[in-house]
Ligand binder design. Structure first.
Ligand SMILES: NC(=O)c1ccc[n+]([C@@H]2O[C@H](COP(=O)([O-])OP(=O)(O)OC[C@H]3O[C@@H](n4cnc5c(N)ncnc54)[C@H](OP(=O)(O)O)[C@@H]3O)[C@@H](O)[C@H]2O)c1
Length: 316
């Protein structure tokens, strides 16, 4: 079914709807279960804004000047392919990654949903405002679409969130969120004034790091807040696993694509692999179309069992 396309005249949008059994009065029986823009599946942030389920990471970019042009070119290729959510941070390459992103998005800012992060040591009320200003300058833009606290440190969460609200009022950031916060700290964020506006928790999540499935992921689902899965292929360390190779062979795919497809099968998870190699960028984009069968999922569960009890949130 076609619907109004807010994403530009030259883009195609289609949505898949499902008849809900919910017969409550005033409820429309059709529920949208998926929206695709130019073939890319989209997901709704709590604000209702749509972002692609697959984006691009930038950790380790901007560290060496000799690689910067290739890294920016890889990001541009990703944008061309619909990977328009770009995740960066003031930490990466000491600001160098944000400069690579600036190069990649020059002249096409409107196409991109830009995510950056403030370091915990800068996350006081005033420090957050200043860090954001520095990031904006390096990124060559007047706004960050989603600004995250990279992990929690000594500054009270209340101060950081107050600074995020101020930045929103000033139009310097559009949404805010957090990263590497476990369930207890998420509850603290949600208890703050305006805490329910938190757009995401960006966390380590892949087949070899399933701890969040025990409590954090269900908690976020209850709040209807998507999570963002970082290091989705465990920085390459999981790719030699025989179970992954066996499922990959059944789909004529690569192990990395299966690792991404496993995350992407969940409708409320945004996945942000980093790829500086253009072949990796293309492979990752194609993973959105891979549908894992129940047999595949069972084989992956046997090789990478889900958590049976609470595990403290891991981070890299
Ligand atoms: N919030 C946080 O604390 C936090 C922590 C870690 C990461 N992150 C974010 O999440 C992003 C992704 O995580 P990550 O960079 O740690 O790890 P990752 O995405 O799991 O892995 C990146 C590595 O995998 C390689 N790769 C990418 N696609 C591949 C493919 N299709 N086949 C084989 N190898 C492939 C890349 O190589 P090439 O580059 O050579 O293509 C790179 O060496 C980061 O870049 C960052 O933006 C956030």
């Amino acid at each position: 079914m076609l619907e109004h396309n807010p994403f530009g005249l030259n883009r195609t949008a289609h949505a898949i709807y499902w008849f809900s059994r919910d017969l409550a009065p005033n409820r429309f029986p059709l529920r949208r279960i998926a929206l695709y823009i130019d073939g890319m599946r989209m997901l709704s942030l709590p604000s209702g804004e749509s972002v692609p389920v697959l984006g691009q990471g930038t950790w380790f970019m901007g560290e060496r000047a000799a690689h910067a042009a290739d890294e920016a070119a890889a990001l541009r290729l990703g944008i061309d392919l619909g990977l328009t959510l770009i995740d960066t941070a003031e930490m990466y390459g000491d600001g160098g990654a944000e400069e690579v992103v600036a190069d990649a998005i020059a002249g096409r800012r409107e196409e991109v949903f830009l995510v950056s992060k403030v370091l915990p040591e800068n996350a006081s009320r005033r420090g957050t405002l200043e860090a954001c200003q520095r990031s904006l300058r390096r990124l060559g833009t007047d706004r960050i679409d989603l600004y995250l606290l990279h992990w929690s440190g000594s500054h009270p969460l209340a101060e950081t969130v107050a600074a995020f609200h101020r930045l929103q009022e000033e139009g310097k950031i559009r949404h805010w969120g957090v990263s590497n916060l476990d369930t207890g700290e998420m509850e603290q964020v949600f208890a703050l004034p305006g805490g329910h506006d938190c757009a995401t928790d960006q966390v380590l999540y892949n087949l070899t790091r399933r701890g969040i499935e025990f409590d954090l992921l269900p908690w976020c689902r209850k709040q209807r807040m998507p999570i963002m899965a970082y290091s989705p292929i465990e920085q390459g360390r999981m790719l030699g696993h025989p179970a992954l190779a066996a499922v990959a062979a059944r789909h004529n795919a690569t192990p990395a694509q299966i690792a991404l497809a496993w995350l992407l099968r969940q409708e409320d998870v945004i996945v942000i692999p980093k790829a500086a190699d253009p072949q990796h960028v293309r492979e990752n984009r194609a993973a959105v179309s891979i549908m894992l069968a129940p047999d595949d999922l069972a084989a992956l569960d046997r090789a990478f069992p889900p958590p049976a009890r609470k595990r403290p949130l891991e981070m890299l």
